[in-house]
Design a protein around this ligand. Structure first.
Ligand code: NOJ
Length: 759
């Protein structure tokens, strides 16, 4: 095949960042005048105060550094507060800021509203498995409605870090491994939180995080080093951050890790060249929790030096660490930091406050009436149930053991059947697990013709060392009064009375999320023992999983009749799971992250390169393992339904695509099973020859279609040359002429293919 000619760069030329200055519109001009006038009255100390974000209040994710916050607020040394909510608490602090400080500048109130505020939706990894961006946007909207009725005006979400290593506990917080899907979800969440007008009382600032590359920490160990080529950054890891910027995200959070050897919070290339010059970001950057201080341990200088480097990157707001207020006054005096640099940071923060309308009404988020109306109302609970249903992924369903028949005797076994705490998952700070409806509570409301039974079967965790790590952080893991052997005996007896066993197992919520990396991502040994004992009964077993990451499930895949991945489904997880188990809802989730066969395969992702020696099982010297296949257990995009779908051949509107043209790819999808169902039709492209190597498949589109049994629908995608762009060896965004494969199917493993040429 001929090497393709390189096309003229379509977007940016590195090195020539000059950006056209947009005309200032009247609203912007008013803001500029207001902020300028205010800043003229501010002392240097007050300006630096705006860059300070201490934590106060309910919970923290690290050591509390901020002391005497209230006194600092009164002195004008605080720009925002993090971890305080409820109308009463927020009003108290806001009052201090607007009545007891010299210039009466209101505070920002930030919080980790990650997958719902009080009404908890499935964890982000779960939500992303819905591939339903409209619904995800609604969940962010609902979260903003609740948060803004609870005093908050800023969420530290969305987390959009591309993650290919399921050992990393924080994969639970993002949208998985794919830049395209991740970008669509990033956009949806920003729009959901911020709405179309930040001045409204029910919209809040979003914060895209963690910029950048936090998901690529080596060996999946949290806070670890990252190191990758720039071409990989631009093509694979940057797109979701950029999508959030393009969607108008107001703030960005710098990540803990280093990028190219420089921690993100001091990384000028990242913060200036990429974020502001190339992407045109106009908001402010907040550091992650004490990230400036942590640069001392990273080894780039003492407190003074890291503060200097941070403000020069620049990052504008110092989360919790207080190095800005301690060091910047001295640095300015010594001439090491300019007043203009402080002014710039202060201006961006004041602008965010102005955009929210805080100067007009600093109390706009503290209405008790709105709090009562918005928090956990029926509409939000209904959305939570829908989201939980759409997030579930049916990984396996042999002999259609699911859905369960109400005529059959079912044994519900496992420590998660009656559990509420774990349903809401990690990062559900303001969520109350007691409001979550357990599977058992939902079952008790269910009318079935045959009886159903319960046995706990095992503790969620038996390992004392693990319990000691998780319990101080709210895991509530207790040993049952019965011994592990007695629990298993009881479970086996219960299973023997039934027709089908449904086992509820997984990770306690603290085993994923921040600082929750694992080197072995299988079910815990005590849970495996239970499953093996149940298997001996010869009953069909449905394994229902609750967990925050892809797990290695090779044994389970071989030995269980069905596997349903429910993640941590949130407030309404129980009723959602029961509806799915009994067929009142048909699962439609598709994995947003590959499930490997074993840890040795990691990192494993569908959009890999071909290599010079692609897999050939019959040839020794090809890229493979001696002891495991290259294939994942469940690929990206995989997810079954109670019905089945067939795909017709791909019909292309032409065989060639001109640089200004477009092409359509149409496929007929048919419901060949017995249930109405929803399918996520996925479009992948392979660029066969490039000036740089290209992935074997890249997701470029998806579309959801609902079909009645026997029904067919045509699904059409439009492909334009823009969809085929990528960053080349000079980091220019280009498309290159040549041959492309297009794939359409129900997962990334599809081989349903057509070919076209880009001229
Ligand atoms: C640390 C986490 O990395 C970040 O995601 C979070 O927003 C902050 N702590 C604040 O809680």
């Amino acid at each position: 095949m001929q090497m393709k000619r390189m096309m003229v760069p379509a977007m940016l030329l590195l090195g020539s960042f000059a950006m056209a200055q947009p005309k200032t519109n009247p609203a912007q001009a008013r803001m500029n005048t207001f902020v300028q006038a205010l800043m003229q009255k501010m002392t240097l100390e007050e300006k630096i105060g705006q860059l300070n974000l201490p934590s106060i209040g309910f919970d923290v994710t690290g050591p509390v550094v901020s002391q005497g916050v209230e006194e600092k607020i009164k002195k004008g040394l605080v720009g925002g507060v993090f971890n305080t909510f409820t109308p009463v608490a927020v009003r108290k602090l806001q009052e201090m800021a607007v009545t007891q400080t010299r210039l009466k500048i209101p505070l920002l109130f930030g919080y980790d509203v990650i997958h719902g505020h009080r009404t908890i939706f499935p964890i982000p990894l779960g939500l992303s498995a819905s591939w339903d961006t409209a619904m995800i946007r609604l969940t962010a909207r609902a979260a903003a409605e609740e948060a803004s009725a609870d005093g908050l005006n800023w969420t530290f979400s969305p987390m959009v870090d591309i993650a290919r290593d399921p050992r990393w506990g924080r994969v639970s917080e993002g949208a998985g491994e794919d830049p395209f899907l991740g970008s669509q979800i990033a956009k949806a969440m920003v729009k959901g939180y911020q709405g179309d007008d930040l001045k409204k009382d029910n919209t809040i600032l979003a914060c895209v995080k963690h910029f950048a590359l936090y998901g690529a920490s080596e060996a999946g160990r949290d806070y670890n080093t990252t190191d990758m080529s720039r071409i990989r950054m631009y093509n694979e890891y940057f797109p979701p951050y950029k999508a959030a910027i393009d969607a108008g995200v107001a703030t960005v959070m710098s990540s803990f890790n280093e990028v190219d050897g420089v921690p993100a919070s001091a990384n000028k290339w990242l913060m200036t060249d990429v974020l502001r010059k190339q992407w045109g970001f106009k908001g402010f950057v907040v550091t992650d929790y004490t990230a400036i201080n942590e640069m001392i341990a990273h080894g780039i200088g003492d407190g003074k030096e890291v503060a200097r480097r941070a403000i020069k990157a620049p990052v504008e707001m110092d989360m919790v660490g207080e190095l800005f207020i301690q060091q910047l006054p001295g640095l300015v005096k010594e001439g090491k930091v300019s007043v203009a640099e402080i002014d710039n940071a202060c201006r961006l923060i004041l602008e965010a406050k102005y955009k929210l309308g805080l100067f007009e009404d600093p109390y706009k988020y503290v209405s008790e009436e709105r709090n009562r109306r918005e928090i956990m109302n029926d509409q939000k609970k209904m959305l939570a149930k829908e989201a939980a249903i759409k997030s579930m992924v049916l990984l396996k369903n042999e002999n259609n053991v699911l859905p369960l028949s109400a005529e059959k005797k079912i044994a519900f076994i496992g420590p998660l059947v009656k559990n509420q705490r774990d349903l809401i998952g990690n990062w559900s700070g303001a969520g109350d697990y007691k409001q979550a409806v357990s599977v058992w509570q939902a079952l008790e409301r269910k009318i079935t013709a045959a009886p159903f039974y319960y046995a706990k079967g095992c503790n969620l965790v038996d390992d004392e060392a693990l319990k000691n790590k998780l319990n101080p952080h709210g895991a509530m893991l207790e040993a049952d009064v019965q011994s592990p052997e007695a629990l298993i005996r009881e479970a086996v007896e219960t299973a023997n009375k039934s027709d089908v066993v449904v086992a509820f197992l997984g990770e306690p919520f603290g085993m994923s999320g921040e600082a929750a990396s694992r080197s072995d991502i299988g079910l815990l040994p005590n849970q495996q023992r239970l499953l093996k004992a149940l298997k001996e009964t010869g009953k069909p077993i449905v394994l229902v999983l609750m967990n925050g990451r892809p797990l290695t499930l090779s044994w389970e895949d071989e030995n269980m009749s069905a596997i349903l991945e429910t993640w941590y489904g949130g407030t309404m997880a129980g009723p959602a799971i029961v509806d799915v188990l009994y067929g009142e809802a048909n699962p439609s989730g598709k994995l947003s992250m590959t499930f490997p066969r074993n840890v040795g395969q990691i990192p494993l992702y569908y959009n890999h390169k071909n290599t010079g020696r692609p897999l050939d099982e019959n040839q020794k010297y090809t890229s493979k393992y001696l002891d495991v296949s290259n294939e994942p257990l469940y690929p990206f995009g995989h997810g079954l339904s109670y019905t089945s779908f067939s795909y017709g051949d791909i019909m292309l509107s032409g065989k060639t695509l001109g640089v200004t043209g477009k092409l359509t790819a149409t496929v007929t999808v048919t419901n060949t099973g017995k249930y109405k169902g929803e399918e996520t039709v996925q479009l992948y492209v392979r660029d066969l020859v490039g000036t740089v190597t290209r992935p074997v498949k890249e997701l470029k589109g998806f579309s959801k279609v609902t079909l009645a049994p026997g029904e067919s629908k045509k699904v059409t995608f439009t492909i334009t040359p823009d969809d085929l762009k990528f960053y080349n060896g000079d980091l220019q965004l280009v498309h290159e002429p040549g041959e492309y494969h297009v794939f359409i199917g129900g997962s990334s493993a599809t081989s349903n293919k057509a070919t076209f040429t880009l001229r």
